[in-house]
Design a protein around this ligand. Structure first.
Ligand code: PLP
Length: 418
């Protein structure tokens, strides 16, 4: 209660904006992930890895726009590319050079992506990849995993599909449970079009897939004539060619999103040429903003000049070091709290390692999640309400060191309940 009262006292303008926004938007928002009690913080501006809210509070940005903010808020080359594109007209109703060059960069980095198409979001990318798989195989069923998140309408809670899941017929098997997944694939081989899986459950808690599990999915789908779709919307930052490159597994189709267009709206799906060729006449995929000039121009620079192979590797290593440092401190304290994740993305859990699949948090874990968020915000670190961080390139090592201290301080003052 104290933590909430302090939060309310520090964010009067955010509170006021929230009550105004609720008069025109249900819940006062258009992104469910940004809606939490008592009200979400409204940001005013960002620069590098710093954020300022509308009450003037300053934060180190560790949320990194849920992985889309990889470049921070003021990458000069991205700004220049977007400004240049703006001077040449926003809505040209035409294909363009940047679109081709951006696509070329993606295909060069992801060997499994022979052909690619752009969308406005990761959600659309997944809807289209699933559609392509169903048309290609002539089958209707999709296997997904509880805790998987593939976009606003493709949400699977730990208990199963959410009420907003689109009416594709879905089968479910437990994440990281090879026997259950391969049995479902085998039993449904006549109807199964695709298996869609995040190689690390992102919003499901940053839970990495075991390599043996993904390899088994690769083999079983191949044998059953179904397609394997890697949703790399969140994990594509784990190397220049995504987590698939790090793991050495090639899916049939891959979906992308988040940071790749330098922070502009973005999604893409692609993969085997024989599947993607469906879009050469047989399947339609229109979309006014699919190749919008701002995303195409920013993406070409983001991948071509900034997020190079070396930079991707450095960020991955920085993230691994940070997670190790956090977990070392927590282990030393002897508390049931740890961070799971891969590379530069991780989530806090209030139970002992290791977590292999998503779970519904207990009431106490829910309370700890809220307390952790409020405590971090109070200390000047903005992260996702669920306790997830995603590093951006400009984040300072000194801020990450302070974050490790702040987490240790949180855990040691809550020792009694952890
Ligand atoms: N897939 C995964 C793994 C995601 O994490 C997300 C977004 O968080 C999506 C798909 C949906 O992407 P978008 O928010 O761009 O629609």
């Amino acid at each position: 209660l104290d933590a909430r009262s302090r939060f309310i006292a520090r964010h009067p303008r955010s509170a006021e904006l929230h009550s105004q926004a609720r008069t025109v938007m249900p819940g006062g928002n258009t992104r469910s992930v940004l809606y939490y009690q008592p009200f979400p913080i409204a940001m005013d501006k960002g620069e590098g890895s710093t954020l300022w809210d509308i009450d003037g509070n300053e934060f180190v940005d560790l949320c990194g726009e849920y992985t889309a903010g990889l470049f921070g808020h003021s990458e000069s080359r991205i700004h220049a590319a977007v400004h240049q594109a703006m001077t040449q007209g926003l809505n040209l109703a035409a294909v363009g050079r940047a679109e081709y060059e951006f696509a070329n960069l993606i295909c060069a980095r992801f060997p499994s992506m022979e052909l690619v198409r752009f969308t406005n979001s990761g959600t659309e990318a997944n809807l289209l990849a699933l559609t392509a798989a169903r048309v290609h195989t002539g089958r209707d069923m999709i296997l997904a995993f509880p805790g998987g998140y593939h976009g606003g309408v493709l949400l699977f809670t730990p208990q199963g599909p959410s009420p907003v899941t689109v009416p594709f017929p879905f089968l479910l098997a437990d994440y990281n449970d090879t026997d259950s997944a391969t049995a479902v694939i085998e039993q449904n081989r006549d109807r199964l079009a695709a298996v869609i899986v995040e190689p690390m459950l992102g919003s499901g808690g940053c839970i990495p897939a075991e390599i043996s599990f993904l390899k088994a999915l690769r083999e079983a789908t191949r044998e059953a004539g179904a397609l394997l779709i890697f949703d790399e919307v969140m994990t594509s930052r784990m190397s220049d060619g995504g987590l698939q490159k790090r793991l050495g597994i090639n899916p049939d189709l891959t979906t992308l999103g988040k940071y790749m267009a330098g922070g502009m709206s973005f999604g893409a799906f692609g993969g085997r040429a024989d599947v993607m060729s469906l879009f050469e006449g047989r399947l339609s995929h229109a979309g006014t903003f699919n190749n919008n000039v701002l995303s195409m121009a920013a993406g070409r620079v983001a991948l071509g000049e900034i997020f190079t192979k070396e930079v991707a590797e450095e960020l991955y290593v920085r993230g691994e070091r940070l997670r190790t440092a956090l977990n070392d401190r927590l282990t030393r304290l002897g508390v049931a709290m740890h961070f799971s994740g891969v590379g530069s993305v991780a989530t806090a859990h209030y139970r002992a390692p290791t977590i292999r699949r998503p779970y519904s948090p207990t009431a106490q874990e829910e309370d700890l999640r809220e307390l952790f968020f409020l405590d971090m915000v109070q200390t000047g670190f903005y992260l996702a309400r669920r306790g997830m961080f995603a590093l951006s390139l400009p984040v300072l090592q000194s801020d990450l060191d302070r974050f490790v201290d702040a987490v240790e301080n949180f855990a040691s003052t809550r020792r009694g309940v952890l």
